[in-house]
Design a protein around this ligand. Structure first.
Ligand SMILES: CC(C)(COP(=O)(O)OP(=O)(O)OC[C@H]1O[C@@H](n2cnc3c(N)ncnc32)[C@H](O)[C@@H]1OP(=O)(O)O)[C@@H](O)C(=O)NCCC(=O)NCCS
Length: 184
């Protein structure tokens, strides 16, 4: 799915939201590396994925598929030409009985958080998701990730279940989680 549009952040700063392109793979590796170091709330441990030249090659092919897929989107935010955030959705499965359900994920670089970018990315992706024919958006989130939970609640998601031990962390401890969803 392809998309591109200029926006302004709450403070009036210029921002570009656009769908991912195959050539974004090296910048995406940098972005994911920084994100993984900065939060315990994503599914990857820091350094778990070695984002070397081979990874970049595979990722390029994957991103090309994303670009061309009709019902999957990886939406990137650029602030002063730097990748600053990312929101994606795809069908929970290709099976017909599951095709009305989209799974979501989001992240924003620490230096850009708390300025409305997460809200803008998610709101835009939800609109595109509806336009692609999905009927509901779903995600899982660590229950102590208050900023993310509050973002989702403000966009109309509801907690529909609890997921004990959503993540098992490197130190052997666990994060419990919520399953959240909203109809589109
Ligand atoms: C969750 C995340 C994407 C939010 O992005 P963001 O750009 O900081 O979000 P916004 O600035 O749009 O704020 C979103 C909401 O968070 C809330 N919020 C902002 N700062 C907060 C804080 N310090 N504590 C609690 N809630 C806060 C506000 O209610 C805001 O809602 P509003 O839009 O109605 O005002 C971002 O913090 C992030 O990338 N976190 C690490 C990765 C992650 O946790 N991803 C989600 C995994 S499920």
């Amino acid at each position: 799915m392809r998309y591109e549009k200029a926006f302004e952040l709450r403070g009036g700063e210029a921002l570009l939201l656009r769908s991912v392109r195959a050539e974004d793979a090296p910048a995406l590796a940098e972005y994911l590396r920084e994100m993984d170091q900065s939060t315990p709330y994503l599914t990857r441990e820091p350094g778990e994925i070695v984002m070397d030249a081979e990874w970049v090659g595979r990722e390029r092919a994957f991103l090309r598929e994303r670009e061309e897929a009709g019902r999957s989107l990886m939406l990137l935010a650029f602030h002063e030409e730097k990748m600053a955030g990312n929101c994606f959705f795809s069908p929970v499965s290709a099976r017909r009985r599951l095709q009305h359900r989209a799974e979501f994920g989001i992240s924003v670089l620490p230096c850009m958080q708390g300025r409305g970018l997460g809200h803008l990315l998610m709101e835009t992706a939800l609109g595109l998701c509806k336009g692609a024919g999905f009927e509901q958006a779903e995600l899982e989130v660590a229950s102590e990730n208050l900023r993310a939970v509050s973002l989702y609640l403000s966009l109309g998601f509801e907690v529909v279940g609890r997921v004990p031990h959503l993540f098992k962390n490197g130190d052997g401890g666990y994060f419990d989680g919520y399953k959240m969803m909203r109809f589109l």
